[in-house]
Design a protein around this ligand. Structure first.
Ligand code: UT7
Length: 328
């Protein structure tokens, strides 16, 4: 199971504003020590009044198109993974496409924190349908759906975006294997209860703070480790590759302890595991591209490296993909 698709351009965007643990200590019943020990997070970026999911997505996408040596008109399809769309209707891609000057097909995808890996697999399959350049964006402003009075979620999440241009590979397949899944029995563990068709927004839902993200943290933690380990192991098995052959493990950045537990069980040492949760917190669908492209930019990830991305999130979704970096 392979796909002749490779990442030929990439970009990232985060808001300038940093919120440190000390900033949170000043307004919530929490402490830097608790946050660092339980999550590994030291600061996160939070969107300002003029920023939104679409502005961050556009900035990351612009970089990715440029780095691919393309112009926006070369993009045939754009997919935006997000749980924090610009607004309910129309989709975020409409706003990003308008700013970039695109009129190609676009759609949003909600696979929560597994979103970037999901769109990578979908985008790769669309290249097989004849598209030449598929633009993928994972973009979030989670700060807009977090209850500022809820210390159990406020400390965890941040805002950001990552984008990639996928193109057909000439020589070797870039996406070697993947695994996508979702266990809907866990849907209630991580949710925004109101604002959809089941429970439309009303004065009562707002007063009940039901438009904010709710999470059963401990249970999500337990399932997350299992989902990442099982999905990543299955992906390696499908590719016929051992963990020791993989240069970089790129897990979703939800909690440093989840990353450590999953990496440990899969056989990835800290030296081969990309972690930037300390500086960005959990940015959902932006977290894997933010971690991967930072390591590409600073030269850690090199052409020919095998890279294993694995994410999990609300749903409960999970997704893994094994890539060979840059071997076009
Ligand atoms: O990307 C989407 C997927 N999301 C995740 O993967 C998140 C998964 N879950 C987690 O990362 C962890 O469960 C949390 C970081 C959310 C919580 O860590 P924990 O070690 O599971 O803590 P806990 O929920 O068991 O809470 C332990 C204590 C509680 O107090 P009591 O009942 O023992 O007195 C909490 O009320 O810590 C308390 N607590 C806090 N204390 C200080 C919870 N949040 C905070 C806080 N500051 N921010």
């Amino acid at each position: 199971m392979t796909a002749a698709a490779g990442i030929v351009g990439w970009g990232t965007a985060v808001p300038d504003a940093r919120v440190t643990n000390a900033d949170l200590e000043a307004r919530l019943d929490t402490s830097d020590a608790w946050i660092v020990e339980r999550t590994g997070i030291r600061e996160r970026r939070i969107a300002g009044p003029n920023e939104s999911t679409a502005t961050l997505a556009t900035e990351a996408a612009t970089q990715a198109i440029k780095r691919a040596g393309l112009i926006p008109a070369d993009i045939d399809l754009m997919i935006i993974a997000t749980v924090t769309p610009e607004q309910p209707i129309p989709h975020t891609g409409a706003f990003v496409g308008e700013t970039l000057g695109l009129q190609c097909g676009s759609f949003d995808m909600n696979a929560a924190c597994a979103g970037f890996v999901y769109e990578l697999v979908v985008g790769a399959s669309m290249l097989g349908m004849g598209y030449e350049h598929v633009l993928l964006v994972g973009a979030e402003t989670l700060s807009r759906i977090i209850d500022p009075e809820d210390r159990t979620t406020t400390v965890l999440f941040g805002d950001g975006a990552g984008a990639a241009v996928l193109a057909p590979m000439r020589e070797t397949p870039g996406v070697l294997a993947w695994d996508l899944g979702c266990d809907g029995s866990a849907a209630g563990l991580l949710e925004v209860p109101a604002g959809g068709s089941r429970r439309p927004a009303s004065a009562a839902t707002v007063a009940g703070r039901e438009h904010y993200l709710k999470m059963a943290g401990q249970e999500v933690f337990r399932r997350a480790v299992r989902a990442v380990v099982d999905s990543a192991a299955l992906t390696l098995e499908r590719a016929g590759v051992e963990a020791s052959d993989v240069a970089w493990f790129v897990p979703h950045q939800a909690n440093a302890r989840i990353i450590e537990a999953a990496a440990n069980r899969l056989g990835f040492e800290p030296e081969r595991t990309l972690v930037n949760i300390d500086r960005f917190g959990n940015t959902s669908s932006a977290s894997i591209p933010l971690a991967l492209f930072e390591a590409v930019d600073d030269g850690r990830v090199r052409a020919g490296d095998l890279v294993l991305c694995s994410g999990f999130g609300a749903g409960m979704t999970w997704a893994s993909a094994l890539l060979r970096w840059g071997a076009r």
